[in-house]
Write a protein that binds this ligand. Structure first.
Ligand code: GDP
Ligand code: MN
Length: 381
């Protein structure tokens, strides 16, 4: 789950990281009064869950409350990378001397958190990694020991942080580490962390991604989810406990098990097709869950054919077949569908599907080729 900038910075502030005074709002006239309270010179910042807002014109520094209202009106009417802007953050403008990058994430290979800093702050870190990889400094953190002072000092030295800011920088690195650990985050990023002309260090931008699997431990964080920002399909999928990721291809996939879903996508690619989504209905899926999954898949206009790949263990083939038929009764579609069903009660399931004139397959290779051929036929018709 991604957090907005204003939410991330609020969590940072709770862990002692200095942030600019500011307030989130959804309307332009309130933006004006917030700007008045903040003294006139403010930054109006779109709150959308994508990076590069600055480049897209979604961040404006203005000098008066009137200008803030105007900028707010404009930004609230914008779309950034297809996302309509519904919220804006009005922050006091600060005088920036230097922009630094500071972030923390998990290094899966080393199986521990890694804190990353760079003197090339303000721009996207992925860009720096490509063009200037030696400007990225990393320290790996032993989760039993936590972030050590010498590690923070090393980051300060490598980013050429002036000595007078080291103590403050160490308090910020500690705050960021604590934020990351306590919220079960997978990413906590300050970009830019700025050295200001008069107020020391400050986190000007914030980005956090929380681990969905840890959210049940943090009901107060779970409530921060911005439902407006999610694709309707993803919301629906979560409601039914489905793992769904939309992709760009034309073959809709419904599979039980994440590993099997990945293998299915590979086989589709192998035969020259491309998957429209990753969808794992999980073990022991009920007919109702199957029905929800189908509706999510066929709502995607890119989908030209649907491939079901069900390996019955706990999941029963006849349950799945009933779910498919129930969903199709509720939401009829002309999309071709190929079902590969093996394992528990597969025979019974295939029988039910054959009665309804659906194409079935025994091997995955066969099923994938049939689905790809069907999708081509739809595209050409
Ligand atoms: P992003 O483009 O989505 O990463 O948004 P940021 O919040 O990082 O803002 C982009 C850039 O806008 C920053 O790197 C700064 O250069 C600039 N910016 C943001 N806030 C201020 C501010 O208070 N004063 C000034 N002068 N520039 C700012
Ligand atoms: Mn930024």
């Amino acid at each position: 789950m991604k957090l907005h900038e204003y939410q991330s910075k609020q969590l940072f502030a709770e862990h002692g990281i200095p942030i600019p005074h500011g307030q989130m709002t959804m309307n332009a006239s309130e933006a004006k009064s917030i700007a008045e309270e903040l003294g006139g010179r403010v930054v109006v910042k779109s709150q959308v869950l994508v990076g590069g807002r600055g480049k897209a014109g979604g961040i404006r520094v203005v000098n008066t409350p009137e200008e803030a209202e105007e900028a707010a009106t404009q930004i609230l009417g914008m779309k950034i990378k297809d996302l309509p802007v519904r919220k804006i953050l009005i922050d006091e403008a600060v005088d920036i001397k230097t922009e630094i990058y500071l972030g923390i994430t998990n290094d899966r290979t080393r199986r521990c958190p890694v804190m990353i800093a760079s003197a090339e702050g303000g721009v996207e870190i992925e860009e720096v990694a490509k063009t200037n990889p030696d400007k990225i400094i990393r320290v790996w953190i032993d989760p039993l020991l936590g972030l050590r002072d010498y590690q923070a000092r090393y980051l300060a030295a490598c980013t050429e942080m002036p000595r007078e800011h080291w103590r403050e920088f160490m308090s910020i690195t500690n705050g960021l580490y604590q934020t990351f650990i306590e919220t079960d985050a997978t990413l906590a990023e300050i970009n830019p962390l700025v050295i200001t002309g008069d107020k020391g260090l400050m986190a000007l931008d914030g980005k956090m991604v929380l681990d969905d699997n840890g959210l049940f431990l943090h009901p107060e964080l779970a409530e921060m989810r911005d439902l407006d920002e999610e694709a309707a399909e993803e919301r629906e999928a979560r409601k039914y406990g489905l793992s769904y990721v939309k992709l760009g291809g034309e073959i809709g996939c419904m599979v039980n098990g994440a590993g099997l879903a990945m293998a299915t996508m590979d086989v589709i690619n192998l035969y020259g097709g491309s998957p429209a989504n990753f969808l794992d209905i999980g073990g022991g899926a009920s007919a109702e869950k199957v029905a929800a999954a189908i509706q999510i898949i066929i709502r995607d206009p890119n989908v030209k054919a649907v491939l079901f790949n069900i390996f019955g263990g706990i999941t029963r083939g006849d349950e799945v077949a009933r779910g498919i038929l129930a969903a199709l009764e509720k939401t009829p579609t002309k999309l071709p569908m190929v079902v590969r069903l093996v394992g528990t009660n597969a025979e019974e399931g295939r029988h039910l599907l054959a009665k309804a004139d659906m194409e079935t397959a025994v091997s995955l290779a066969d099923a994938a080729q049939k689905a790809i051929a069907a999708a081509k036929a739809v595209e050409e018709s």
